[in-house]
Ligand binder design. Structure first.
Ligand code: NAP
Length: 249
């Protein structure tokens, strides 16, 4: 029996990496998905890859008008939402001494404020039995240089899940975070000037991960599916760490 039969899901960042892998998995499990991202080209590719039961919505999660438009499209097409996955996010590596206020505002604007309003604006449409999955990062547990703002946004996201788990429990809605370790997606390439440098980072993270490799987006999709589906029916407010052990041992 499919795990998400008849469910309606919104997946921000659903055009790439972890979000795309989750959206694919959701459709395989019987859901209809709305994928969200800024680049239309990536949305078109992702939509073709998912193949069916998908609507692509071009929107920036840092822009509240875009979020209003997203949910009005969802409302018009389906009338309700069962699952929200907030996976849209980005990393800009900066030593604290070099960070500008623009860097700070952009990182918090997308990774923290974007998640906050993605969920707030879904609330009128979220049905009883719903599940909210916030993609945090194992880095919220660490002190990795050049990631002060990024890690802090992910700590904020982890905190949102605790409060929202309480605020939404009486509506039968569960809220959890997923904290991935290093996962092989374009977000790694986006942080480096060349493929060689990015591959160097992949090798470095593999070497410091107890399981000896970085993770695959499909492994994160399995974890997102667990949190989104009734398989995790007794979990709310948790942080599911799926990181090859890097933050845990
Ligand atoms: P990715 O492949 O680069 O995907 C990021 C997705 O977010 C893309 O679809 C991107 O599309 C979208 N996005 C970024 N900014 C957006 C915005 N302002 N509005 C709407 N969509 C936006 O990276 P990923 O690895 O899948 O990352 C997904 C999440 O996992 C992120 O929150 C990231 O912080 C977290 N994470 C990743 C790793 C890892 O190692 N990969 C580890 C821990 C946590 P557009 O650029 O077209 O908007």
């Amino acid at each position: 029996m499919a795990k998400l039969e008849g469910k309606i899901a919104v997946v921000t960042g659903g055009s790439s990496g972890i979000g795309l892998a989750a959206a694919k998995k959701f459709v395989e499990e019987g859901a209809y998905v709305f994928i969200v991202g800024r680049r239309q080209s990536e949305l078109d590719k992702a939509k073709a890859e998912i193949g069916r039961n998908v609507t692509a919505v071009q929107a920036d999660v840092a822009n509240l008008d875009d979020l209003d438009r997203l949910y009005s499209i969802v409302k018009d097409q389906k009338g309700a939402v069962d699952i929200v996955v907030a996976s849209a996010g980005f990393v800009e590596r900066k030593l604290t001494q070099d960070a500008t206020s623009a860097h700070f505002d952009k990182t918090f604007g997308i990774n923290a404020r974007g998640v906050y309003f993605t969920v707030q604006k879904a609330l009128p449409l979220l049905r009883k039995g719903g599940s909210v999955v916030l993609v945090s990062s194992g880095l919220h547990l660490k002190g990795l240089p050049e990631h002060s703002t990024y890690a802090a946004t992910k700590a904020a996201v982890r905190s949102f899940a605790r409060t929202w788990a309480m605020e939404l429990k009486d509506r039968g809605i569960r809220v959890n975070t997923l904290s991935p370790g290093a996962i092989d997606t374009p977000i790694i390439d986006s942080q480096f000037k060349s493929k060689e440098e990015a591959d160097g980072a992949r090798a470095f993270f593999s070497s410091i991960t107890p399981l000896g490799r970085i993770g695959r987006p499909e492994e994160m999709a399995a974890a997102v599916l667990y949190l989104a589906s009734d398989d995790s029916s007794y979990s709310t407010g948790i942080d599911l760490v799926a990181d090859g052990g890097i933050t845990q041992v």
